[in-house]
Ligand binder design. Structure first.
Ligand code: GYE
Length: 342
């Protein structure tokens, strides 16, 4: 049974990074509703039905985080709050999602929220939304496109989440005087999503300098079934490991099931997870998972506030990161009371 010790809770929130394309910029367009590149900053009720219609291009339904995320949009974007919602599920398929956004543009939605499966290849589609005058919010995962192709980003800072997990591990090793080699099994999320890129980068940046070995690295595509499958294939190799760095709770559940089936004492492993679903937080309380780097899925109302601000002509930041920390044995009992999902 490994020692459980207090750890630093690192909470950081980078709230405002840039205002470069926001607000009622008096740029070259001379149009108070556009920025200097001609970007329409103001969602409008163009069909005159009295509501703002949000087209939400969602990733899929791969995880507990995603289920909670979708529900928060369905709960918030209702007529009672002045909205209608058109929902598109990409089923984790980046090509389908580009078509989903094109369909939303063709349907004449009044604002688009894109939670991108992966971060590349979006320029043509975003240009089409811009040309159609439909403001587009990026949420949950970021994009590698220029600032003038979207209104704002709202969601987690994935590299910061990864750094919190890595910092926690470093402190845990020190506090517990662990001198054994650190052999890490790294279960990655969907390759090419910024959720995977940021969380993976934090580990790959830190590991060499700290002498940590990554003994296995494989994507479990953010699902429980795939997490279990890749963990099973790792266990068949019979290699030593003492740490699991799993980029979401669902893959963590799958990895735990695989270890239990192989007769491994899961409490003897240092298990690092991401998100903070209620069952995962309960596993921290129970001493199975050691730490979770939080990621907030309840973005619907927060995106709703941003749309309302934009609609009222207020300046909004180009990037707004959720306020997140880590959940470990010192905080889990309190956190489980308000954790999302099941
Ligand atoms: O961590 C994972 C989900 O993009 C932050 O996607 C999101 C990630 C989340 O499938 O559970």
């Amino acid at each position: 049974m490994k020692a459980k010790t207090a750890s630093a809770i690192v909470i950081s929130a980078a709230l405002v990074l840039s205002f470069s394309a926001c607000g009622n910029d008096s740029g070259s367009s001379g149009d108070s509703g556009s920025d200097s590149s001609g970007y329409n900053l103001i969602p409008q009720d163009t069909n005159g039905d009295g509501y703002i219609t949000l087209g939400f291009a969602q990733v899929g339904a791969e995880s507990g985080w995603r289920t909670a995320n979708t529900q928060s949009y369905k709960d918030y974007f209702v007529e009672a709050n002045g909205f209608k919602l058109v929902f598109a599920d990409a089923n984790q398929d980046a090509d389908k999602q580009k078509q989903d956004v094109r369909d939303l543009i063709a349907q004449g939605v009044e604002v688009i929220d894109l939670a991108p499966v992966t971060d590349s290849g979006w320029e043509p589609v975003l240009q089409e939304a811009k040309d159609a005058g439909i403001p587009l919010i990026v949420s949950d995962r970021q994009l590698s496109v220029s600032d003038d192709l979207y209104l704002t980003y709202f969601g987690g800072d994935m590299l910061a989440e990864g750094n919190r997990a890595v910092d926690w591990l470093e402190k845990y090793i020190q506090d517990n005087n662990i001198t054994d080699p650190i052999n890490i099994v790294h279960l990655q999320g969907t390759i090419g999503s910024t959720a995977q890129k940021g969380r993976s980068q934090a580990l790959s940046d830190a590991a060499p300098g700290k002498g940590w070995n990554i003994v296995y690295e494989q994507t479990g595509e953010f699902t429980q079934a795939k997490g279990q499958e890749v963990m099973e294939s790792f266990l068949q190799q019979g290699k030593d490991f003492n740490v699991i760095y799993s980029e979401n709770d669902d893959m963590t559940y799958g990895a735990i099931d695989a270890m239990k089936a192989a007769g491994i004492d899961v409490e003897s492993k240092i298990i690092i997870s991401f998100d903070g679903n209620k069952s995962a937080v309960q596993m921290v309380v129970d001493g199975i998972i050691d730490v979770i780097a939080e990621c907030d899925p309840l973005l619907g109302p927060q995106v709703g506030d941003l749309i309302t601000k934009a609609k009222n002509g207020e300046q909004i930041a180009k990037v707004t990161y959720s306020v997140e920390g880590v959940i470990d044995s010192t905080t889990a009992a309190e956190k489980v009371k308000t954790a999302f999902g099941s």
